[in-house]
Design a protein around this ligand. Structure first.
Ligand code: BTN
Length: 261
């Protein structure tokens, strides 16, 4: 089993931007811990990793199953030179960074389902929960929380998730290195952050449109108690998803959950 305490200390040596890497065998939630540490003003950016979470949080108030050593649970706390309105671009950047690392591992056709679920073989293997601390119109800190199902078997998921959740287990080779995996995702996120600070999302939006795999797909979204269907057209410059309805109307989705149809 990986000696996290020892190995995680190498990460800041390998990733120049990273000022700290903290591992805890168990936490309520890495997002909560990262927020608490961020408010203590410890050197940043930093990453918090947990072996297990007892109250892992998902989007829309949902929970995130975080059994011990079966998945990767981490939160990156950073303070990019961006305005709060540009922060949604960071969640797109995170999804893209994860997808690229999965492709590098030879995992077939990872799909980014809006806003940033990663599906493999039609099953969700990863999710991102982005949170932000702001003061007036300034970002104090952004928390990019990532959960990736790595080694779960079907029966490791609660029954209600067994048809929709999956893990990467079938594709991970014997030489899979979890620290390299985490390091590669963090490096990918940092390089996107630098790019967004320079061009305010132009390159990211183009890359996301080309690589997400979702352009042209049909989606369903629930809005004000109504189910709306449409075809994904692309992203707006602010990073909202453009969905064209059969009536020809173009909706901009901010961070609403969607279902592929
Ligand atoms: C979602 O798809 O709903 C987002 C799930 C995000 C889960 C991760 S696990 C690490 C970090 N800490 C949390 O409490 N949540 C995120």
């Amino acid at each position: 089993m990986l000696d996290w305490q020892k190995e995680i200390s190498q990460l800041p040596e390998r990733i120049s931007e990273l000022q700290g890497a903290h591992y805890f065998p168990s936490l309520d939630s890495t997002n909560l811990k990262a927020r608490a540490l961020g408010r203590e003003d410890i050197p940043a950016p930093f990453v918090v990793v947990a072996g297990a979470q007892t109250a892992g949080r998902g989007r829309m108030g949902r929970s995130w199953e975080s059994p011990s050593e079966l998945g990767l649970y981490f939160s990156l706390w950073c303070r990019p030179e961006l305005s709060p309105s540009e922060a949604p671009l960071l969640t797109l950047a995170t999804g893209l960074a994860i997808k690229r690392v999965l492709l590098d591992l030879g995992i077939p056709n990872p799909l980014i389902k809006w806003p940033n679920d990663i599906l493999v073989n039609g099953k969700k293997v990863s999710g991102v929960l982005a949170e932000m601390d702001t003061q007036r119109n300034e970002i104090l800190g952004v928390i990019l929380g990532v959960g990736i199902n790595l080694f779960e078997e079907k029966t490791d998921f609660p029954e209600e998730l067994q048809e929709i959740a999956g893990s990467l287990k079938a594709w991970l080779k014997d030489d899979f290195n979890l620290i390299d995996f985490l390091g590669n995702i963090l490096s990918g996120i940092f390089s996107q952050i630098h790019q967004i600070e320079k061009d305010h999302g132009k390159a990211l939006i183009q890359a996301w449109e080309q690589e997400s795999g979702i352009i042209g797909q049909s989606l369903k979204v629930e809005r004000a108690g109504q189910s709306i269907q449409g075809e994904v057209q692309g992203l707006s410059p602010e990073g909202h998803l453009k969905l064209k309805t059969p009536e020809g109307k173009v909706l901009a989705l901010l961070a609403e959950d969607t279902t592929l149809i």
